[in-house]
Design a protein around this ligand. Structure first.
Ligand code: 13P
Length: 287
C-alpha cells in the first residue's frame, strides 16, 4: 500500500517508536527493503534523493517500480515513497509523478525564505494528501554533493516552521550524514528536548542514522524522534558483501557472473541491516 507518512508517523510518535527511512538506488535496494518490511510487518519509508532519482531514470520510473512491486509481491504493509532533501522544483516534480511524501530542504535559505517556500508547499501537499517534511538547521556531512556544516537548530525557528502545518520536522541536533568522525560529540539531547517542547507534538526526523550508537537512538525516540533516515550503512554493507563475492572468485565459477547471482549477497546484506534497524527503531509488527 503506497501511503503518505502522516498517519504512520503520528502513530509512531504516540506509541514511541520510529519508522526507518531507507534510501534506495535501484531495483535490488527497493526490493530488499520492501520485502523485509513485509516479512517483519513493519511500515517503511523509501527515501529518494534528487541525485538517486536522476540515476534511476526519473521520478515516474520510481513510482512505477514501487507500485509494481507492491502489486507483484503483494506488499500489504504501509510503504511511503519520499523525496529526500528536495529543492522546491524537485518537490513539484516528485509530487507530479505521484510520490506519497516529500521533504523540502530549505535549511540553506534564510528562515524567512524557508518559511515562505515551506508554506507554499504545505498548501500543495495538503490538497494532494501527501506528507511534507521540512528542515531547520542544516545537517552536516555530504549527501549527493550537498555539504552541510552541521548546526544545532534554533527552537524558535523550529516552532515557526512546525506551525506552518508540515507533517514532520528535521532539525539539526549535531547529527551528520555519512560516517561520524572519531571526535564526534554525539547528539545534543538538550537541544532535542527544547525543540520537542517548542514544536507541540510534531513528529521529529533524525537524519544521518548511520553510525549513531544504539543508546542514543533509543533516547532520541523517547524524545519525539519518529522517523530515522539511514542511507550510508546500506551502501557500506552492500559494497562489503559484493567485494567478498568477487574477491573469493565466485563470479568466475560457473555462471557466477550472472547479475542475479553477483548482486545477491549485497541484496541479502541490505535485508539484514534493514531488519536490524527496524528492530532497534521498534517498528516491527506496527504495520
Ligand atoms: P546516512 O547516510 O548518514 O545514514 O544519512 C541518511 C540520511 O539522513 C538521508 O537523508
Amino acid at each position: 500500500m503506497l501511503v503518505s507518512a502522516k498517519e504512520i508517523l503520528i502513530k509512531a510518535f504516540n506509541e514511541k517508536y520510529a519508522v526507518g527511512q531507507f534510501n534506495i538506488n535501484n531495483l535490488e535496494w527497493t526490493k530488499a527493503i520492501m520485502t523485509t518490511a513485509q516479512e517483519t510487518n513493519s511500515p517503511v519509508i523509501l527515501g529518494v534523493s534528487e541525485g538517486a532519482a536522476k540515476y534511476m531514470g526519473g521520478y515516474k520510473t520510481i513510482v512505477g517500480m514501487v507500485n509494481g512491486l507492491i502489486e507483484d509481491l503483494k506488499i500489504t504493509v504501509p510503504v511511503v515513497v519520499h523525496l529526500d532533501h528536495g529543492s522546491y522544483d524537485g518537490c513539484l516534480k516528485a509530487l507530479e509523478a505521484g510520490f506519497s511524501s516529500i521533504m523540502f530542504d530549505g535549511s540553506h535559505y534564510s528562515i524567512e525564505e524557508n518559511i515562505k517556500l515551506t508554506s507554499e508547499l504545505v498548501k500543495i501537499t495538503n490538497e494532494k494528501g501527501v506528507s511534507l517534511e521540512a528542515e531547520v538547521g542544516s545537517i552536516g556531512g555530504e549527501e549527493d554533493g550537498v555539504i552541510g556544516t552541521g548546526e544545532i537548530a534554533s527552537p524558535t525557528e523550529c516552532k515557526a516552521i512546525a506551525d506552518l502545518g508540515i507533517d514532520m520536522l528535521a532539525a539539526g541536533i549535531g547529527n551528520i550524514h555519512g560516517k561520524y568522525p572519531e571526535n564526534w560529540s554525539g547528539l545534543d539531547f538538550n537541544a532535542l528536548t527544547e525543540i520537542k517542547n517548542a514544536t507541540n507534538e510534531k513528529p521529529l526526523v533524525l537524519h544521518g542514522g548511520t553510525g549513531i550508537p544504539e543508546n542514543m537512538i533509543t533516547e532520541a525516540i523517547s524524545l519525539g524522534v519518529s522517523k530515522i533516515n539511514v542511507n550510508t550503512e546500506c551502501q557500506l554493507v552492500f559494497a562489503e558483501a559484493t567485494r567478498k563475492y568477487i574477491e573469493s572468485g565466485k563470479d568466475l565459477e560457473g555462471k557466477g557472473f550472472d547479475p542475479r547471482k553477483l548482486l545477491d549477497p549485497g541484496y541479502k546484506a541490505i535485508k539484514a541491516i534493514v531488519k536490524e534497524k527496524m528492530e532497534l527503531f521498534g517498528s516491527i509488527n506496527r504495520a
